[in-house]
Design a binder for this molecule. Structure first.
Ligand code: NDP
Length: 312
């Protein structure tokens, strides 16, 4: 027989755990499935210094363990498992875990997050947490007065380069096209910033360094007759080539934007399906911070409580 729950939470980042804390304190006995990356994106960063309540900073792993502990303390049932199929339009909703078990749920909170895109270079893995980052707001502070590179030519890359230019001594932007894709205003800000040097028509071949990133091997006009290989000395390598929200399994049923983020009714975590709520980065292409994710996780749990009360 299938298991029946009143609140199912999918994903274990700050949004999922905060939803679990609120839902369990409201006696909704939530069940949370952790997904492929327990603890979410934050477990891939080192120190977090901008999450309120930690004046001395906290590691990503410790913060997530604390959130999990807090949710468990109030009775949230946290389980290992990944959602492989979902029927969100049925009543109750039917969620398949790991291709086998089916959980029936009155309400579902989707907090599956988004994953930063990487170039796919082996060196990105080799230097993970040792100079390679996909979040300037998270890690930029560690590069004060140092030299960094940002990969990408979109609005995110420009924003990150400008943010980093306030901290670092120099910022390279590695852009594969001969132009920036970003909005005009962002382009202007980048091009007039004395600390930013844009390397157009360049791709990254690899990174080097003894105990962390010390530089990058680049190629200009790859494959052309005048192709040129050269190195730059850097301390940090930031990816800003876009994020991919983890919505694949829900894409047939939920309204998504053109990138794949879940569309919610503005100012709420409500999706186009009643009883299905979205919290955190999976529905947030703009802010993408741990604290904003936690905030929307709280909103989602409160909406679940209201939804269930109205239908009692
Ligand atoms: P975008 O998709 O707009 O830009 C991605 C950038 O990364 C492009 O320059 C792209 O190059 C480059 N890129 C992609 N893959 C690779 C690769 N394998 N190697 C090298 N470069 C690569 O993503 P963003 O995250 O910048 O923006 C997403 C959306 O969010 C956009 O609509 C943007 O406008 C919006 N946004 C708005 C902001 C604001 O208004 N303040 C701030 C941040 C984002 P190429 O151009 O060659 O494809």
């Amino acid at each position: 027989m299938n298991e029946k729950v009143c609140c199912l939470i999918i994903g274990s980042g700050p949004a999922g755990y905060t939803a679990a804390i609120y839902a369990s304190r409201a006696n909704l006995n939530p069940v949370l499935y952790e997904g492929i990356q327990p603890g979410g994106q934050l477990t891939t960063t080192t120190d977090i210094e901008n999450f309120p309540g930690y004046p001395d900073g906290v590691t990503g792993t410790e913060l997530m363990e604390n959130l999990k502990k807090q949710a468990t303390r109030f009775g949230a049932d946290i389980r290992t498992g990944t959602v492989t199929a979902a029927d969100l339009k049925s009543t109750p909703k039917r969620i398949t875990i790991d291709g086998e078990k089916v959980v029936e749920a009155d309400t579902v909170i989707i907090s599956t997050g988004a994953s930063a895109k990487y170039l796919g270079l082996p060196d990105e893995t080799k230097y993970a947490g040792m100079g390679v980052s996909a979040c300037a707001t998270c890690d930029g502070f560690f590069y004060r007065k140092k030299v960094v590179a940002v990969v990408g030519g979109g609005d995110t890359a420009c924003e990150e380069a400008i943010y980093l230019a306030n901290l670092a001594s120099k910022v390279y932007m590695i852009v594969r096209k001969p132009f920036l894709r970003a909005s005009k205003v962002m382009q202007d800000r980048v091009m007039t910033n004395e600390k930013i040097e844009v390397l157009f028509e360049c791709n990254t071949l690899g990174l080097f360094g003894e105990n962390g990133v010390e530089g990058a091997h680049l190629v200009r006009r790859q494959g052309e007759a005048d192709e040129e290989k050269f190195d730059i000395a850097i301390d940090g390598f930031f990816l800003a080539i876009g994020h991919q929200p983890n919505t694949g399994v829900f894409s047939e049923q939920l309204e998504l934007d053109e990138v794949g983020y879940i569309k919610t009714i503005p100012g709420t975590p409500k999706t186009n399906i009643e009883g299905v709520f979205a919290a955190g980065d999976v529905a947030d292409p703009v802010y993408r911070q741990a604290i904003t994710a936690a905030g929307t996780g709280c909103q989602a749990a409160i909406e679940v409580e209201r939804y269930l009360l109205e239908r009692k």
